[in-house]
Ligand binder design. Structure first.
Ligand code: GRF
Length: 200
């Protein structure tokens, strides 16, 4: 039995699409059972539906300042769909300690930098501004501090002379699409997560 994975997105969902595509392989140890977006207009929702994956918008703005109420709604959907592992993929909302604890060890994220360098936003522009020669992306387990938590995998990208933000971002993104499915598959295999197990 494949591990049931949900992908949480906020926008275009290209990493989500890469995960869905990779999971079509019969040898892939996970299946993308559900996509949730905290924005109803996320392009990734349609992309998921066209790929035959159930995709639900749970707009965070409907919950105002009540972060935990939004997360409880997300959590309820995850349980309903018997999700065992959650991948954040461009999910632009900080998760509360409640959610992170609940899904601890079952919550992965991809970040477009070689963590611990360049946490936060606008990583490509900041890397260029600093004159770095190397950049990349990281898949890590999520803990309560943003863009921290044990690193599962990284891919390196050389910064080229004359690079601009768009060109560098595109090369990093291509690596993200390769790295995330590989890191997810490896994590599922290593952890040997039990089938059908709800979160702690
Ligand atoms: C990616 O660069 C990811 O690393 C970052 O947000 C971006 C999401 O892009 N966390 P997409 O929605 O997967 O296309």
């Amino acid at each position: 039995m494949k591990t049931r994975v949900a992908v949480l997105i906020s926008g275009r969902g290209s990493n989500m699409a890469a995960l869905i595509e990779a999971a079509r392989d019969p040898e892939f140890p996970g299946e993308i059972a559900l996509v949730i977006s905290n924005r109803a207009d996320a392009a990734g929702l349609d992309l998921a539906r066209r790929a035959g994956v159930e995709a639900i918008g749970v707009p965070s703005r409907d919950f105002g300042q009540n972060r935990e109420a939004h997360e409880r709604a997300v959590d309820a959907l995850l349980l309903q769909h018997r999700v065992e592992l959650v991948c954040l993929a461009g999910y632009m909302r900080l998760l509360s300690p409640w959610f992170v604890d609940r899904w601890g060890g079952r919550l992965l994220n991809i970040h477009p930098s070689l963590l611990p360098a360049y946490k936060g936003l606008d990583t490509h522009a900041r890397v260029l501004a600093a004159g770095e020669r190397e950049h990349g992306c990281t898949v890590h387990l999520v803990t309560t501090a943003m863009d921290e938590g044990p690193i599962l995998a990284q891919a390196r990208v050389t910064v080229l002379p004359g690079d601009n933000e768009a060109a560098l971002a595109a090369r990093v993104l291509a690596q993200e699409h390769r790295l995330y499915p590989a890191a997810l598959a490896q994590y599922i295999r290593d952890k040997a997560l039990p089938d059908g197990q709800p979160p702690r």
